[in-house]
Design a protein around this ligand. Structure first.
Ligand code: PLP
Length: 380
């Protein structure tokens, strides 16, 4: 049996002396009048890269989504349509605002929200649609934009996993009226914990700035709060790390694509599996290389993970369908549109994220792919 000599982690960041120097500099200088300089630099770098006017640095992507939905005025009585297959952070803020998430099926190829299912789930209470660019894939934003425009509702983009992905020349994060990015330690760009709200909309931007600082206007020095709101700010030390990472964004996305390429080459002849899709006119930043097994192979995602674990290789399960989780057991209003046992959601049962950290090498890809072959053929 193949066993990795040293455990291969599922994720790992890429940190150079440049990042370390910037964080050290922030620790010395980012106080008083200079306290926001690194945040402003990080925000500008991200907004320019994504191709939107504004970005706001926040503690995590969950906060960015919470803030975006609050700035859009989502509240009790409202419904927000979201994909059934995603990380729970995409929908938790909807519930936190007193609104109802309405989950719908995903596309079997891109694993992203199905625009047809969105249209079916639209109702008089629908106020927004959240599309999630899963594992670096992009939603069918053209069709979603059409649906949203006809109904006059807002599109929110969860681009937490898709920094660097593109669609017809536009970058992920530029499709939503508001978009969220994550810089969690496992993501393409890291700040430890961290996130960004990106938007082209001046009104939404001002409203989010006001809401993220306890309901007061930027620059208010008199503590005259006009609403009860949130405190969602990113520390300068994290922003320094993020700004330094953005200087290397092309290199980082290039590495993600190289890692995917190593897997694709080594798994090309293995029948019964598919990897992340890259349809025409799209560019996938492949946050995590993901393998989905044909159910006929008789191995679900947890069996594959156990096999990899026995071989000293870390992996992650594809996100489960939210509608199958205990957290949604008593929320029938959220799950009324999902198709039970929908074939489109097979990835949620048979998908595994392979090690995709920046410490990956071709030699490690050899070990992981050799291990995967053993698991598929020996079923252990
Ligand atoms: C990581 C992630 C988030 C949440 O990011 P945090 O920064 O941890 O809040 C949201 N949505 C998706 C799809 C993610 O992968």
């Amino acid at each position: 049996m193949i066993v990795a000599e040293q455990r291969i982690p599922v994720a790992a960041p890429s940190i150079t002396d440049r990042e370390v120097a910037c964080v050290a500099d922030a620790a010395r200088t980012a106080w008083g009048p200079g306290h926001y300089a690194y945040n402003a630099k990080f925000e500008r770098a991200l907004a320019d890269y994504v191709g939107v006017k504004h970005a706001i640095s926040v503690p995590h992507a969950t906060a960015a989504l919470h803030l975006a939905l609050a700035a859009l005025g989502i509240g009790p009585g409202d419904e927000v349509i979201a994909p059934d297959v995603t990380w729970i952070a995409s929908v938790a803020p909807i519930v936190q605002l007193g609104a109802t998430p309405v989950l719908v099926d995903v596309d079997p190829v891109t694993w992203c929200i199905d625009p047809g299912a969105v249209e079916t789930a639209m109702g008089p209470r629908t106020k927004a649609v959240i599309g999630v660019d899963l594992y670096g894939s992009t939603c069918d934003w053209e069709r979603l934009e059409g649906v949203a425009a006809r109904r006059g509702i807002a599109l929110v983009e969860d681009a937490a996993e898709a920094l660097g992905s593109e669609r017809r020349g536009r970058r992920a994060g530029s499709f939503g009226r508001a978009s969220a990015f994550s810089f969690h330690g496992s993501k393409t760009v890291v700040t430890g914990e961290g996130g960004m709200l990106a938007t082209d909309d001046d009104v939404l931007f001002s409203r989010a700035q006001f809401l993220r600082d306890h309901g007061r206007a930027p620059g208010d020095r008199f503590f005259l709060n006009s609403e009860i709101a949130f405190k969602y700010k990113m520390s300068a030390l994290q922003a320094a790390l993020g700004a330094a990472q953005m200087e290397r964004i092309d290199e980082l996305v290039g590495m993600k694509r190289a890692i995917f390429g190593w897997y694709r080459e080594r798994l090309a002849d293995l029948d019964g599996i598919v990897l992340n899709a890259e349809p025409p006119d799209t560019f996938n930043s492949y946050w995590m290389t993901t393998v989905v097994l044909d159910p006929a192979l008789g191995l679900d995602k947890f069996a594959v993970m156990a096999g990899l674990d026995r071989r000293n290789i870390d992996s992650r399960p594809f996100f489960s369908r939210l509608s199958t989780l205990p957290a949604f057991a008593d929320r029938p209003e959220s799950t009324r549109f999902v198709t039970p046992r929908d074939k489109g959601a097979r990835a949620a049962e048979y998908g595994v994220n392979l090690p995709s950290g920046y410490d990956m090498t071709e030699a490690k890809a050899d070990v992981v792919c050799g291990a995967l072959r053993e698991i598929v053929f020996a079923r252990v």
